[in-house]
Design a protein around this ligand. Structure first.
Ligand code: SF4
Ligand code: SF4
Length: 433
């Protein structure tokens, strides 16, 4: 009657004799001694009541009912979540990064007009009336240092201010100091800036179109933001060429005093192929390859954790919150709580698709036209809609992955972009335990 839950995630903890057992549907996680783990694996459990109570052993019909209930809650709650609206005023960029995923886009070097900005605000006023929302200014590079570009960013900020909306910006960081006075007019959620390492490493990857390095100006920009109480999200894009510099960047950030500032946070972004192959793709990590390397580096240089605490799927969440996160029936926010809009009046699902020919979902200028069939396909994507995900034991930690990556790989939005959840938990529980 009782059998092992299909949502159990069970494996040996890295560099330990112990095992972990996690069940996101029931909200439980335990560390098992080796003999206990063996008995569990072989279905020879001495004290089944505890396992039943924790939802590791279940009656499948009961479990299915709980799954449905939690699924409906997830959908309901998401309908009232805040929406992130990306606005791309141009695709122009002053950098020539070695791994840019937009570098083969064919968008003309044009800048948004006032008319299009007005149409954008009108569209979001109508379409997302009554929803919590904020605007993230994206590019190309949004902070270009000409009066025209500054006027345009100022107009977007004014539009946000009238509606009492926060803004965020994704920038390469080169002209931050030139934009401080403009940012002071806004309610800024965060400025996301990229540093790929300390000076030599960063300057070998993220260079100006003329070939000069950018590290020092970005570092000065981060200091200027923090001095003005503007939150910073520092992102390091990593691959095999620069991962070795993570400990050095951590030390640099600690020495600058950034890590002590509550307005400072970090993210590690994996360099990966999206719409086209990179010329030097041997340097790219697989997801698990990256986190294995990060695990080894943290063991050797624990100060990295002061700079960045990697999520390792849900491992960090469990140790920081003392409980499990809610089940993730869908990890892709595109068209649900995220939309992207560009200077040409086109609408896309998110940052991964904005500007990519063929990924348009409609227009907001010169007139509003939506491709409802395509939008529906995006909206319906979750672990129930994707065939391979339906019976996957890690579905509630993975959520089906990224729709844009899945589509680029298979041509089908309703296909899987697998996360190595079990392996990530082996590492993460090993590290944070
Ligand atoms: S398609 Fe990928 S990048 Fe876009 S919202 Fe979904 S998960 Fe994020
Ligand atoms: S994307 Fe892969 S790992 Fe994620 S839920 Fe679907 S089948 Fe499982």
């Amino acid at each position: 009657m009782y059998q092992q839950s299909k949502h159990n995630i069970f494996s040996k903890i890295k560099d330990s004799n112990e095992y972990y057992l996690v069940n996101i549907l029931s909200g439980n996680a335990d560390i098992l001694e080796p003999d206990e783990a063996l008995k569990f694996k072989e279905n020879r459990i001495d004290n089944p009541d505890i396992y039943i109570e924790k939802g590791y052993l279940v009656n499948p019909d009961d479990e299915e009912r709980i799954f449905r209930e939690k699924y409906l809650n997830f959908i309901d709650e998401r309908d009232s979540d805040e929406i992130q609206l990306f606005f791309t005023p141009w695709y122009t960029c002053n950098f020539n990064c070695s791994y840019c995923f937009q570098d083969e886009y064919t968008n003309p070097e044009q800048t948004v007009t006032d008319e299009v900005i007005d149409a954008f605000f009108q569209y979001i006023d109508n379409q997302f009336a009554g929803r919590k929302k904020y605007i993230t200014i994206f590019g190309g590079e949004p902070f270009l240092n000409t009066p025209k570009h500054k006027q345009t960013i100022t107009k977007v900020i004014e539009g946000a201010n009238i509606r009492k909306l926060d803004i965020a910006v994704v920038t390469n960081g080169y002209h931050i100091t030139d934009y401080i006075s403009i940012l002071q007019q806004a309610s800024v959620r965060e400025i996301q800036v990229t540093l790929d390492g300390t000076q030599t490493v960063h300057d070998s990857r993220r260079i100006l179109k003329g070939g000069q390095g950018s590290f020092q100006k970005i570092s000065d920009g981060i200091n200027a933001l923090l001095k003005n109480n503007i939150p910073v999200n520092l992102r390091m894009v990593v691959d095999k060429d620069n991962i070795h510099d993570l400990p050095n960047l951590a030390k640099y950030a600690i020495n600058q005093g950034w890590t002590k500032n509550t307005l400072f946070k970090t993210a590690l972004g994996r360099n990966y192929e999206l719409h086209h192959c990179q010329t030097n793709n041997k340097r790219l990590f697989s997801r698990i390859g990256l986190y294995q390397e990060v695990y080894n580096l943290v063991k050797k240089h624990p100060e990295i954790l002061e700079f960045h605490k990697p999520a390792f799927s849900i491992a960090k969440f469990i140790f920081e919150n003392g409980e499990l996160p809610n089940p993730l029936f869908d990890s892709c926010s595109g068209t649900k709580t995220e939309w992207a809009f560009d200077y040409a009046g086109k609408i896309y699902s998110c940052t991964a698709t904005v500007g990519n020919t063929g990924d348009e979902l409609g227009t907001f200028y010169p007139q509003t036209k939506l491709n409802s069939k395509l939008i529906e396909e995006w909206e319906e994507r979750d672990v129930l809609a994707i065939k391979k995900c339906r019976n996957c034991s890690v579905q509630l930690a993975c959520g089906g992955g990224c729709a844009a990556i899945a589509k680029a790989r298979t041509g089908n939005i309703h296909s899987e972009d697998c996360r190595p959840v079990k392996e990530l938990l082996e590492l993460g529980i090993g590290l944070y335990k």
